[in-house]
Design a binder for this molecule. Structure first.
Ligand code: CAA
Length: 381
């Protein structure tokens, strides 16, 4: 076991940190207030290789490992978790699946611009009546000669408004239940494809989330990713990697909470001394640090397994479950340390609480992660 990062990994971490501090931080407070999508930032991230980090250079990506991706996700999310989720969806839910399962036509036409960050992707699995219970897809895709005709509604789609290409899971054969679900790429502007209003969210406000509508939306057959009937497997397999990304996002927010707390504790005076002298504060800081390190270990383990080509779905679920939990806990402790100042927008810690909460919900709720972990344990016995 080696806990040292390689020189390349250190370089990626540092360049993500520099980018986050210099390019993302200056506008993050205002974008959170205005719920404004960071289009210019996302474009620059594409130019720097952050939008297709694990895609091979042959398809326009940076050809890096999952550890590097986790490091970059932590640094970006530490400064702005909204930017973190935009990056995570494009990398893990869209590019990963297209490289692994897409045809050559799909890789040339869609993966290359997505990996280069010239285009943005979204992943549409959830529906009004199929959230955690994702096999119950109601959206349909009926074959019509060389096309499929999609009808239905998707919900809670990250990048839903801004995405150029959306991966849509739809039922091609109702009789086969989840084995009759297929995945399609739908281009922005396709007739019959629309979106709802931008959701007015508690946190990650600068990312866009919306519902999507499909009314007789015709998509060429060659836009089907992988084989007919493999759409649910596609979604589950890509979500495993997505969960590593969201664990990293949660860790980024937790680190931001700890950093802000250390800084504040060293500055704030009470009872004639800085509050960092009080054991009550010290214990909170050390608890936060231990939790963050434990979350990192779980996340790096899942990433290392993925890089080694070994099964990692249970470890990814563990990483997401724990990292999202401690992210909320660290944000709450940061507010407590800041007292009244933690409850107002003047300091950033109230945003950390708002941003961390969603990590316990999307890409599989904490309850779903526990189901995945328990099923893996029981199958092994
Ligand atoms: N990895 C790989 N395959 C998996 C899997 C995993 N983690 N979990 C389930 N599967 C596979 C099963 O092996 C099975 O495949 P086969 O039939 O080919 O053998 C298939 O999925 C169905 O599994 P189950 O029979 O166990 O079905 P179930 O209904 O009992 O449970 C579930 C399925 C695990 C609950 C699944 O529905 C699930 O993960 N739900 C959560 C969905 C989710 O994470 N949604 C996130 C939406 S995307 C999002 O948030 C993106 C965003 O915009 C930020």
């Amino acid at each position: 076991m080696n806990f040292e990062l390689t020189e390349d990994q250190i370089m990626i971490k540092e360049s993500a940190m520099d980018f986050a501090e210099n390019e993302i931080a200056p506008s993050s407070v205002q974008r959170d207030k205005d719920a404004e999508f960071p289009a210019d930032i996302v474009k620059k991230m594409g130019e720097l290789g952050f939008m297709g980090m694990m895609v091979s250079p042959e398809y326009g990506g940076a050809g890096l490992d999952t550890i590097s991706y986790v490091l970059a996700m932590i640094e970006i999310s530490k400064v702005d978790a909204s930017v973190g989720v935009i990056m995570s969806v494009n990398n893990s839910l869209v590019c990963y699946g297209l490289e692994k399962y897409g045809s050559d036509h799909i890789k040339q036409k869609y993966l290359i611009p997505l990996a280069k960050g010239e285009k943005l992707g979204a992943f549409a699995l959830s529906e009004p009546e199929a959230g955690s219970d994702a096999t119950k897809q109601k959206t349909t895709a009926d074959k019509d000669h060389k096309h499929y005709v999609i009808n239905g509604i998707k919900n809670w789609i990250t990048n839903g408004i801004s995405a150029d290409y959306t991966l849509v899971m739809a039922t091609t054969d109702k009789v086969k239940a989840h084995k009759g679900i297929s995945t399609f790429i739908v281009e922005k502007g396709t007739q019959g494809f629309g979106h709802g209003v931008k959701e007015d969210k508690l946190g990650i406000r600068s990312s866009d989330t919306c519902s999507l509508t499909f009314e007789n939306c015709r998509v060429p057959s060659e836009n089907m990713v992988w084989d007919e009937g493999r759409g649910f497997n596609f979604a589950m397999n890509t979500l495993n990697g997505g969960r590593i990304g969201i664990a990293a996002q949660a860790i980024g927010v937790a680190e931001a909470s700890l950093d802000a707390s250390v800084k504040y504790a060293k500055e704030r005076k009470a009872f004639g001394q800085t509050i960092s002298n009080f054991q009550a504060i010290q214990f909170k800081l050390s608890d936060m640090a231990v939790k963050i390190d434990a979350a990192k270990m779980l996340t790096f383990k899942a990433a290392a397994l993925k890089d080694a080509g070994k099964p990692y779905y249970k470890e990814a679920a563990m990483a997401k479950l724990y990292a999202s939990k401690i992210s909320v806990e660290c944000a709450l402790e940061a507010i407590q340390i800041h007292g009244g100042y933690g409850y107002v927008r003047e300091y950033l810690v109230e945003r950390y609480l708002r941003d961390s909460k969603i990590t316990e919900i999307y890409e599989g709720t904490s309850e779903i992660q526990k189901m995945v972990i328990a099923r893996a344990l029981l199958d092994q016995k």
